[in-house]
Design a protein around this ligand. Sequence first.
Ligand SMILES: C[S@@+](CC[C@H](N)C(=O)[O-])C[C@H]1O[C@@H](n2cnc3c(N)ncnc32)[C@H](O)[C@@H]1O
Length: 293
Amino acid sequence: MASHHHHDHTQLDWEELAPLLEQGAEINTPALDQAIAWLRDDLLGSERAAAIGQVWDVGSGPGVAACRLAQAFPAAEVLAVDGEDALLRRARARAMRLGIGYRLRTHTADLPGGLCGAGTAELIWTSKTVHHMGDQRAALASLAERLRPGGLLAVAEGGLPTRRLPRDIGIGRPGLEARLDAVMEDWFAAMRGALPETADTVEDWPAMLRAAGLGHVRSRTFLLDLPAPADARVRAHLHAELTRFHEVLGDRLDAEDLTTLGRLLDPDDEAGLLRRPDVFLLSAQTVHTAVRP
Ligand SMILES: C[S@@+](CC[C@H](N)C(=O)[O-])C[C@H]1O[C@@H](n2cnc3c(N)ncnc32)[C@H](O)[C@@H]1O
């Protein structure tokens, strides 16, 4: 008996998620730019960076990072790789708008296998994508293989859960966001469990990069710190994210938290996300890097 409440929500519809992904990545641009500057100025060095010819963004989604990479590496052709044509169309449209369309190519591929035949790169960026691969170690190994000798792999995975609200928001039980995170973690585990060829692994990213034959492993975390009161664009994004949470996972919250979430999403409620003065956005994204010998 299949009603939509009994659907398995671990299968993501990336095309449906496209606006949310793109908006989220745009808002995260200040943190992304810090990460790119670290790769370019500290890890590669500006002289080498200025000459880099092949940069890939694997699991690029709508191409926000691919375009920032193209802007940061002015001699580079950037290859945006993703499984979803609809997202790559957004990436191409973005590059055209920014006047860098001639330096962005796209490649539709089922990862991690679909990179054979794409050549090799001097810098590979992959953000929040390896965790969608059943065998994350094998995925890193296949990325490592696509690097030229001396090439740099940068994997944005892990960090801290995002915070948007104070612990006590004056409605419901304090600590709501920590309980939303717990629900998300269970969903995440189920999502991973349902992936093809799923393999459990200790998510020690530096160790996984070394096991892929890479060296000079580094990790650094970049903050996105947009203090309260958040502007309308950030509020609209947080509202869209929590609306999706409510739709997909709301039934896993207890009655009190579900009521609180409903009030947060109500555009007419003074205590809602769109109107309350204390809404902020604080997130921390870790980037792990390694070099092919
Ligand atoms: C969470 S999004 C990350 C997008 C972007 N890199 C960012 O950080 O905002 C994951 C991306 O990986 C892509 N993806 C997930 N599994 C894939 C697979 N097996 N093959 C190709 N692409 C995949 C999705 O289409 C999506 O664009």
